[in-house]
Ligand binder design. Structure first.
Ligand code: BGC
Length: 319
């Protein structure tokens, strides 16, 4: 029988998500396991290979029915060589030849892609970007990833790292980033950065309903910041509004660089719903030019956390 299905793997700092897709990109099986990143690269690679096997069994498919495995992984990488250069949010992941290692472990054809590229391609093929030729997606999670689809094709650039939108510099000489630069968008508007900025403001003397958590050193995240602003917390409201302004500013820059029809936001932060989308829209309106009718539509991803696996499965067919 012909190889009809592909497997998509989405490698994250906390979980490894996987899915099996049929030729129409319908998910026929799914499974996720903890990454256990603290146990090192080799351990994670072995877990990924185990997940591939588990997915195939869950989908009730023989090995020869799987055309290939697509892996979306965080960090700048060489898609052509299948090597992760360095993942800013996965400690120790430096120069990892993921494609070849996983090919050996699974004896299947493996394609390596940036996680946000894979998710963007997923949304293009089966989500918010259906019917659109040119779109850009930003994933707002632990880090900020980006993916560019131009004329229906994923745009990787000469060195495979086009769309590293989280590392566009939004504040000159701003907050340091693990990538080595300063002022990266990711250091202001990722889910982590939002909580971190509020924590720092409280430590610098500003008051907030989250003060007790800051003083006790209790971890909190962007969800708590949104909950605080809903309770009328002025600091949380300011930090959140600034976050939306940074994101709107990046949409303005993306508009002028690529003139896409659609800019999609994805990732944990979009759970804030209209609290995120409306102020981004307002700031975009305020910050963008009015001399040409070329503003992109700004929308949320529709595939939720499945975009990465569906996109990786789609890319395993070539994309
Ligand atoms: C990395 C990107 C990745 C994003 C989301 C960023 O720090 O540089 O490659 O797509 O995090 O994981």
């Amino acid at each position: 029988m012909a190889a009809t299905h592909t497997i998509g793997i989405d490698l994250g700092g906390t979980n490894i998500k996987g899915g099996v897709c049929d030729a129409d990109l319908r998910l026929v099986a799914q499974h996720a396991i903890p990454t256990e990143a603290e146990r090192g690269v080799e351990h994670v690679l072995t877990r990924m290979a185990g997940l591939v096997d588990e997915l195939r069994r869950r989908a009730n498919l023989r090995r020869d029915e799987i055309a290939g495995v697509g892996v979306g992984a965080p960090g700048p990488m060489s898609h052509a060589e299948g090597i992760i250069h360095s993942a800013p949010n996965l400690p120790g992941w430096v120069k990892v030849p993921l494609r070849d290692r996983l090919t050996r472990l699974t004896t299947m054809t493996v394609v390596l892609e940036n996680d946000a590229n894979a998710a963007a391609f997923g949304e293009y093929a089966a989500g918010a970007g259906q019917g659109v030729r040119d779109m850009v997606m930003l994933t707002l999670g632990t880090g900020i990833g980006g993916g560019i689809v131009l004329d229906g094709k994923l745009w990787r650039g000469r060195f495979d790292n086009a769309g590293e939108i989280g590392h566009m510099v939004i504040v000159p000489d701003g907050r340091p980033c693990p990538c080595g630069q300063r002022g990266c968008l990711e250091r202001y508007a990722s889910a982590n950065a939002v909580a971190e900025r509020l924590r720092e403001a409280v430590q610098a003397g500003e008051s907030s309903v989250l003060q007790a958590l800051v003083t006790a050193g209790t971890p909190f995240d962007a969800r708590d910041v949104v909950a605080a602003l809903e309770r009328g917390d002025r600091l949380a409201a300011r930090i959140w509004d600034e976050t939306c302004a940074y994101l709107a500013l990046s949409v303005v820059n993306i508009q002028h660089l690529l003139n896409p029809e659609l800019v999609v936001f994805a990732g944990g932060l979009i759970n804030a719903g209209a609290r995120l989308l409306d102020p981004i829209g307002r700031h975009f309106e305020r910050l963008s030019w009015k001399i040409a009718p070329d503003a992109p539509r700004i929308a949320f991803a529709t595939l939720g956390t499945d975009a990465g696996t569906i996109g990786a499965a789609a890319l395993a067919r070539g994309g």
